[in-house]
Write a protein that binds this ligand. Structure first.
Ligand SMILES: [Zn+2]
Length: 330
């Protein structure tokens, strides 16, 4: 683990060196903000990018919107490319989470050397709604985990209610950056928030009608904000940002026992799982009839997925269907 981080840091240094050299060699690469009247927005992760796209609507000011993490690699392993640093150098607004998996941002911002850059940090925007990472019964803890240092749970985008708050903040930023079109941004935001709240109601209705109120993950668990919105409980093999991939015998048998005890029909995984842990859990239950379903946490959405029409709302709609099966809704 330690070694891995050191290697990552080394790669970062290389990237920064490359940016420095590029910037020094061709001054036209680093443009002053808003050159040519175009406002540039960079979003670190897919959900923020998609929300921003909806707030911009038909793009009144000719705003340029870039998504940084779009290569389909889990965002916990993201390393910025030279292009990514340049995108931040040239941006007027940068939107990111501010959690465990984007520690690269601090260095990237330093390197981008862009004093006019406005920053929207999603964890700050949701304020008191931010939760600390939690370890529940049966969850495997990491050896490297510092017990007395409670980190904020970064997966804020998995709550439809958080999304609405962040979208308002994005619209607010645009209204300042481009006051002429402030009304349009507000209207776009409110139209999109109506879709979110309609979906939120459907989630609530499903949970109210559910036989079962517990989710079980044979995987990492980034869905704390979602389950707390609807008062669900959960069990999981690992916490949200865990780098563990192997579950211990204790973890597996605890989760298998919970499946049997609670009569759960589904063992969940997140996007990108090889499902081995989930299958092992099922193999060790008495009934063995559970199915494995994926609740998509949008941590590895790729440019190709986006081209094929994946949106934040489409993923959350699909997740609702999975939830209905897992909770045995009517
Ligand atoms: Zn994480």
């Amino acid at each position: 683990m330690r070694l891995f981080i050191k290697r990552k840091e080394f790669v970062l240094i290389l990237v920064f060196l490359a940016v420095f050299i590029l910037a020094a060699c061709s001054s036209k690469e680093v443009k002053p903000a808003a050159e040519g009247g175009k406002l540039r927005v960079a979003a670190a992760i897919f959900p923020a990018w998609d929300w921003t796209r909806n707030v911009l609507g038909s793009n009144p000011a000719g705003m340029e919107l870039t998504l940084l993490v779009d290569n389909g690699v889990d965002l916990h392993s993201f390393q910025p490319s030279v292009d990514d640093i340049l995108t931040i150098s040239n941006a007027d607004l940068f939107i990111y989470v501010g959690g465990e998996s984007d520690q690269w941002v601090t260095d990237a911002l330093k390197q981008a050397n862009n004093p006019n850059l406005k920053i929207l940090k999603m964890l700050d925007v949701i304020g008191d709604a931010a939760k600390t990472e939690e370890t529940v019964e049966g969850m495997q803890t990491e050896e490297s985990e510092d017990e007395d240092e409670a980190e904020l749970d970064e997966h804020v985008w998995l709550s439809l209610r958080n999304a609405a708050v962040i979208i308002d903040a994005i619209a607010g930023e645009f209204s300042v950056m481009d006051p002429e079109n402030a009304g349009t941004y507000r209207e776009n935001a409110s139209a999109y928030k109506q879709k979110l709240s309609a979906l939120d109601e459907q989630y609530q209705k499903a949970v109210d009608a559910a036989e079962i109120k517990t989710l079980l993950f044979g995987d990492r668990f980034p869905f704390r904000y979602l389950v707390e919105d609807y008062d669900l409980s959960y069990f999981a093999a690992f916490s949200g940002c865990s780098a563990e991939t192997e579950a211990s015998f204790e973890t597996i048998s605890f989760l298998s026992r919970k499946c049997d005890e609670l009569g759960l029909p589904v063992v969940l995984t997140i996007d990108g799982s090889d499902q081995k842990i989930a299958q092992t859990i099922i193999k060790n239950t008495a009934s063995k009839g559970q199915s494995v379903l994926v609740l998509d946490s949008m941590q590895a959405v790729s440019a190709k997925d986006i081209r094929e029409g994946v949106t934040y709302l489409s993923v959350m709609e699909k997740n609702l269907d999975v939830l209905k099966t897992a909770l045995e809704v009517g």
